[in-house]
Design a binder for this molecule. Structure first.
Ligand code: EPU
Length: 339
């Protein structure tokens, strides 16, 4: 296995931002992952596991440890179960499953990144999230240095959350994911954008639904398209916040033209962060130096060309302060920060 020094990280991220990794390696097998962990330990280096870099903002100084890029490949099918290596391209796997007429992840088409990242933040879109279909994961436990199977019920899945990005952050490296998909399923068309897309059309199959999601994402700059500045981002930059019904009622009273909302667990109310950001005065196409807001979706902060991480941080802070002042809601960034 090759350990390279001072490797620029920007090209490995969809934001195209960030300084170098002190050390960098690519793992193609479980053995490589173990070797990399031991390399980092022998040198006393922090370890960062990189997937598709699509939910990541790397600091301008870079990372003083070892960045391990997960390049493990392979999809194995057994009945309705798909065993997928962490380094497989997510959208490629969606196409593969849909091509075999398996449903359960068709609404997650067009999401950039790799399979291994999907359980970490419980990737979700258009009415589905991977927690709905994940049966379990294969992980390297950094405490025991053994590869273990873990059932979904032990992964602590919730909205954009799992034990891997919260309580057990840094303990496990996801090496493979097992999805339980549904043969000949009808596509899930619960989300308003998708319903609208198909309203005057024939009931779509799984592949048509997946393509519709890609089309909708493209329209919002949420599909990676070469040369499209709006997708030089990490997708949604903020999570959709959850507030109490009382808090929601106060906001609604001040906004007679209506406040979009969704039901959240325990009678709470989820608000679209994009709406809050706009109401606080940050419009699509807003620019602050080299950082900006996508011209097609208010929730995507973008690199307008030569942005540094500090430029994005300045915009992030300005938006958080604006939304906090207007609504008393503290928005939480969604992407992982490194360095
Ligand atoms: N909205 C605006 N302005 C905009 C866009 C949206 O005001 O520019 C408001 C509208 O009220 C709209 C609502 O926000 O009805 C919801 O917008 P959208 O359907 O685009 O979804 P979202 O809540 O902004 C979430 C996920 C996305 C996922 C979409 C589709 C989060 C943080 N984001 O966005 O996930 O693709 O739903 O399901 O939950 C990501 O996590 O990186 C991501 C892209």
């Amino acid at each position: 296995m090759d350990f390279r020094e001072n490797v620029p990280l920007a090209p490995y991220t969809t934001f195209r931002i960030g300084g170098p990794a002190r050390w960098f390696a690519e793992a193609s097998s479980d053995e490589d992952v173990l070797e990399a962990v031991q390399f980092a330990r022998s040198k006393g280096l922090p370890l960062f596991v990189l997937g598709g870099g699509s939910n990541l903002l790397v600091s301008d100084e870079g990372f003083p440890g070892l960045v391990l890029r997960m390049a493990l490949r392979g999809i194995r099918k057994s009945g309705d179960k798909f065993y997928v290596a962490a380094g497989e391209d997510w959208d490629g796997f969606v196409s593969h499953a849909v091509g075999l007429n398996y449903g359960g992840i068709e609404c997650l088409a067009g999401i950039p990144g790799t399979v291994g990242g999907t359980p970490v933040q419980n990737v979700g879109a258009y009415g589905q999230e991977v927690a709905d279909t994940i049966l379990g994961v294969s992980v390297l436990d950094l405490e025991t240095l053994t590869i273990e199977g873990m059932q979904a019920s032990n992964c602590g899945f919730a909205y954009r959350r799992s034990i891997f990005n919260s309580t057990e952050r840094g303990r496990y490296i996801v090496t493979a994911v097992v999805y339980n998909l549904h043969l000949d399923a009808k596509p899930s068309l619960s989300y308003a954008d998708l319903k609208r897309y198909f309203q005057d059309k024939q009931a779509p199959g799984l592949a048509e639904a997946a393509n519709a999601v890609r089309e909708i994402r493209r329209g919002k700059g949420m599909l990676i398209v070469e040369g499209d500045a709006d997708c030089r981002s990490a997708g949604s930059f903020f999570k959709n916040p959850v507030v109490t019904p009382e808090h929601y009622a106060r906001i609604a009273a001040n906004n007679p033209s209506g406040v979009p909302s969704y039901p959240a667990p325990e009678e709470q109310v989820k608000l679209p962060a994009a709406w809050l950001v706009e109401q606080a005065g940050f419009h699509k196409g807003y620019a602050l130096g080299e950082a900006g807001i996508s011209s097609r979706h208010t929730l995507a902060l973008i690199n307008r060309g030569h942005a540094r991480a500090v430029d994005v941080f300045a915009l992030r802070d300005r938006i958080i302060a604006g939304v906090e002042e207007k609504f008393g809601i503290h928005l939480e960034p969604e992407p992982v920060l490194l360095g």
